[in-house]
Design a protein around this ligand. Sequence first.
Ligand code: NAD
Length: 264
Amino acid sequence: TAGLMAGKRGLIMGLANHSSIAWGIAKACAEQGAELAFSYQGEALLKRVQPLAAQLGSDIVLPCDVGDADSVDALFASLEEKWGKLDFLVHAIGFSDKAELRGRYIDTSRNNFLMSMDISVYSFTAVARRAAAMMPDGGSLLTLTYYGAEKVMPHYNVMGLCKAALEASVRYIAEDLGRDGIRCNAISAGTIKTLAASGIGDFRYILKWNEYNSPLRRNVSIEDVGGAAMYLLSDLSRGVTGEVHHVDSGYHVVGMKALDAPDM
Ligand code: NAD
């Protein structure tokens, strides 16, 4: 096969349905000739993920709950058995209690703080370490973050802290694995209507705000994120690691409401 990703094998974690950012990235990878494996969380998602994987020519669909170390070990053991080596990994996983994705950050409970950090931050480190052990010829690791790591966004609360820690982990992992030719980067995606995002308070308002006020005057699509992921996952970005790349219609450069933005 031809394409930027020809001859590369990659694991996609975090596909839930056709709206998932993981789906935008997976489609782009397949279009560029990559061979793909998928992990899904919980039996309920299998019936959604399996047909999507099949659509991209993949029959490697494995369960993995990143909150359970045995489950993560089992995933990588299966993959090792099937493929032996890996060229890239996409981590598109995040979770927090919906009840705390509204109101004030300061009211975050200890339990939800620890759980959100575990699922949304530590999981990337845990899978990066296991993936790296399968990358003797180097590779590329990619995770997904959000602007709420850098600036206060309404309702994002504990997830903002999680994404800040996730972005810091990208830099530490880049240093740890760089000497082995393994790169580690993040895409900071603009707001997209997905299952995870619908848990955030006033998300429709936030979507509109981003549409009216970003330089491109539109929200990004999962295909836009997929396009940028091709750069970070392929050899085009061979000199790039530890980077947080914004795919947000330029929203992160803006300092004020656009003068042509309609009243909301
Ligand atoms: P999504 O709901 O489609 O994907 C989230 C995925 O996380 C799901 O597949 C879910 O099964 C998985 N997940 C949650 N807990 C898990 C666990 N314990 N074990 C294994 N998997 C688990 O939503 P999405 O918006 O595509 O989210 C993907 C990533 O993109 C997340 O990290 C999210 O924070 C990030 N992101 C989203 C937006 C947005 O606006 N949608 C913006 C920036 C960043």
